[in-house]
Design a protein around this ligand. Structure first.
Ligand SMILES: *Cc1c(COP(=O)(O)O)cnc(C)c1O
Length: 376
């Protein structure tokens, strides 16, 4: 099956005897045993649940991975691989990263004895120089949030020793546009809250792996800490993923229109959209992605224009998050990246004039009209 068909047909209820098209919500915490030492395959829902399981198979198939694990949120899936590491291990991460990930690395992970160094992956010699004998994990977001910098996943893999886990947060592009496992990543991470759930109504997270040993370690972790996705949320994810391809095509088409319009607007001084990147980044993207996605960051001429735009938008909603059918506008400086020290925010280009748009599936002319009045 090809991608679009997997989206629609990739989750099947293994116990279906009724002909129902939808995977039911198996709202059961525990499962009766047919006999001593026997199991139906399900024992206790923290370990596995028959609604979560088909969802995990579906996401594994979409990413081209052997196994996927569904978590209660993106942060819960990030926290899970912290347990793969041990005291004094070293992590390398993109300098431009989701704020919550930085918070995890710089607080709880640090307290557990894991040190993180942030580097700009556009310079691979800088990455090589940052490697230590204790480096166990390299963490990549591409394109980055919110500056849309592109990292070459295969080239990063090529400079890493084999033992170093390469983790790619694929939230922004999803497997519809980018499949990091095929490019050499060991682990793919998702905030399923974003495009995978797609309707701004459910939190979810995923880890996808190819190595069975790594998968088993992660299963042990979720069984032990109990961060798996609930049956009802698993049902919602299966339902949402049926339209993943459709939603992304439409959101990307909207993003291209809006990005072009923004770049003509006198109140906008710079547009960060992967399609507008420098030639080297465009070359990387041509090789590793099949699309540019639907996230845009842009600089307006003054702080006042930025604040006013956030307050004046009507159809577009001023809210944190991304990847849903509703178009959202965010202020990274005071929202998603507020936990970063000011100097670090400013050094990355996250200043008082930067706005971020997550394009939904509305009519693009309505979105442009709304931005026009908001920027006026
Ligand atoms: C939102 C987000 C996360 C965190 O996921 P939650 O589902 O909010 O816990 C991690 N990485 C990226 C890129 C995100 O956008």
């Amino acid at each position: 099956m090809n991608f679009d068909s997997i989206c629609v047909h990739g989750a099947k209820d293994p116990n279906n005897k009724t002909g129902a098209l939808a995977v039911p919500i198996y709202q059961s915490a525990t499962f009766a045993h047919p006999g001593v030492g026997q199991s139906t395959g399900y024992d206790y829902a923290r370990v596995q649940n028959p609604t979560r399981e088909p969802l995990e198979r579906l996401v594994a198939a979409l990413e081209g991975g052997r196994e996927a694990l569904a978590f209660a949120s993106g942060m819960a899936s990030l926290d899970a691989f912290m347990y793969l590491l041990k005291k004094n291990d070293h992590i390398i991460a993109s300098d431009d990263l989701y704020g919550g990930t930085v918070r995890l690395f710089d607080s709880l992970a640090l307290r557990a004895g894991l040190e993180t160094t942030y580097v700009d992956y556009s310079d691979l010699t800088a990455l090589e120089k940052t490697l230590r004998p204790t480096t166990q994990m390299v963490f990549v977001e591409t394109p980055t949030n919110p500056m849309m910098k592109v990292a070459d996943i295969a080239a990063i893999r090529a400079v890493l020793p084999k033992k170093v886990l390469l983790v790619v947060d694929n939230t922004f592009l999803t497997p519809y546009f980018q499949k990091p496992l095929a490019l050499g990543a060991d682990l793919v991470l998702h905030s399923g809250t974003k495009y995978l759930a797609g309707h701004n109504d459910t939190l979810a997270g995923f880890l996808v792996v190819n190595d069975p040993e790594l998968a088993e370690k992660l299963r042990f972790i979720t069984k032990t800490v109990g961060t798996g996705l609930a049956p009802f949320d698993s049902f919602l994810l299966i339902r949402s993923l049926k339209t993943l391809a459709l939603r992304l095509e439409k959101s990307q088409a909207n993003a291209i229109k809006v990005a072009n319009w923004l770049s003509q607007n006198p109140k906008v001084s710079k547009v960060y959209y992967p399609a507008f990147a420098d030639p080297k980044s465009l070359e990387i993207q041509k090789k590793q992605t099949t699309g540019f996605g639907a996230m845009i960051s842009f600089l307006v001429t003054t702080e006042e224009t930025a604040i006013k735009a956030l307050e004046k938008v009507k159809l577009i909603l001023y809210a944190e998050s991304l990847g849903g059918v509703e178009t959202l506008i965010t202020y990274p400086y005071l929202q998603t990246h507020a936990d970063l020290p000011v100097e670090r925010r400013l050094a990355l280009g996250i200043n008082e004039r930067l706005l971020r748009l997550s394009l939904g599936v509305e009519d693009p002319n309505d979105l442009i009209q709304d931005l026009e009045q908001a920027l006026a």
